[in-house]
Design a protein around this ligand. Sequence first.
Ligand SMILES: Nc1ncnc2c1ncn2[C@@H]1O[C@H](COP(=O)(O)OP(=O)(O)OP(=O)(O)O)[C@@H](O)[C@H]1O
Length: 484
Amino acid sequence: MSISSFEDRRLRVGRAPTGNSLTSLVAEQIPLNVKQRMVVEKVLSDALAWAEHPFDSSRRKQMLLCIMGEGGTGKSQVIKAIVTGMDLLHRKKEVILTAPTGAAADNIGGNTYHTSLGISIDRSRATSTTRSRIKRLWERKTIIIVDEVSMMDLTMLSMINNHCKMAKSLDRNSPEFFGGLPIVIFVGDFFQFSPVRGPALWRVPRLNKDEDEIGQLLWHQFTQVIILDEQMRQTEDLSFRDFLLRARSGSLTSNDLSLNSKAITSLADPQLEGAMTVVKRNSIRHMVNRIQMEKFARLRNQRIYIYSAIHTRTKSTGPGNIRLRADDLLQQPDQGATIPFPGLFLYSTGMPAVILTNICTALGQVNGAAGTAVGVVVDPSDYKGQGSTLASAILDLKDDPTIRGLDRHRKFCSTYVQLSRLRSSEGLHLLQRLDMKDLQFEPDPRLLSEIQRLQELEKQTMAAWEGDKRREVHNKSQADERPE
Ligand SMILES: Nc1ncnc2c1ncn2[C@@H]1O[C@H](COP(=O)(O)OP(=O)(O)OP(=O)(O)O)[C@@H](O)[C@H]1O
């Protein structure tokens, strides 16, 4: 898309755009299917309706909208389209895009909600400097979009609500939700990763945790729901799409073990060039990284430089002054928190890499961002894959019962998220052969009842939106007929 074509569309917005006319202009740049279009049109027509008085709650209804949909149904596409529509109106600055992790935020060109709202990682109170920075940032904001809400916990939702009030200079006890922002949009898929800390939005609050209770109360205010259901990622490979649907409903059968034909025999296979490897354990990551690094350097006739490195993200349990030879270190599996000695950093010029910490969110240097020549070759954890689309990948779907803290639901999510990144089965490769027990994880039954509740809300939302649209068309035609 050239700038001039965007400017040309801007000129075509005219003096009195409607949600419909604006969405048509957006769709020239960002294709939208029927449901995607319906959502974009509704959001843009609301934004047009209260443009002059966004914070006067007596003249507009607050929209608390939840956009759900399985991986690849085009949720990120809807986010892009809303932002583009606001950009056409010269109102892009009113939109704030956030997500629970740096990688997820980077995927939509936003920031983590921690950064955007001044929520510290330990969830302590914001300092006065942070408060003034946030207030400045939020001065003109009217729309917040939070992506990947499956990773948000109930307490965090309550905190986001409080911090939005602070950002909009409202009292903590104000009854306004989310600082009275006219539009709050949550986007995600609960079949993908759950929060690391507290209960997901669909789970029951923890006992004696008031913040969880408030979080649940807030979640239940999201009564406008749209569930995108047209698969836009796996459009070319229908049998892979069916396989994914079985994976999503936890109904894979022994026939699906035919997947084992995708098991790789060697990471050095030339047809795996460019395929990302997604693994669950650091020890496997370490091994894969070394093999890929050697392959990379050999192909380019380059040296590999080996640096001893400190694991800044883990607590070293052993003495820090052990002297080890590089050869000894190379034999050590990198087991995360239990390693008693420094780690190793292998470097070869131009190697593909993934950043493991948030360095500068404004520049997209966030945990999970991919680049070249600054790290090691594989994606080190399945959490970082969420939100991306891959043409080719080597997946580690083998269940590892020794990984602690992962319940069956999380294992189910891990398998589904890894598989659903791919466009087709052609690009799918397995790191290890599977047994039936590796495929037998199911979604939590409580999630299934939440999905039913959301489906019911979707029916009501669609009926209400259709009514609104009929009224809008009727009012417009009456206004057009009225003499000047
Ligand atoms: N209406 C559309 N027409 C053509 N392609 C589309 C459309 N909507 C989405 N896509 C493409 O389909 C793929 C998946 O879309 P997107 O990433 O928006 O899905 P998602 O629901 O956000 O997925 P996930 O939950 O995995 O993050 C992308 O490559 C996107 O460009």
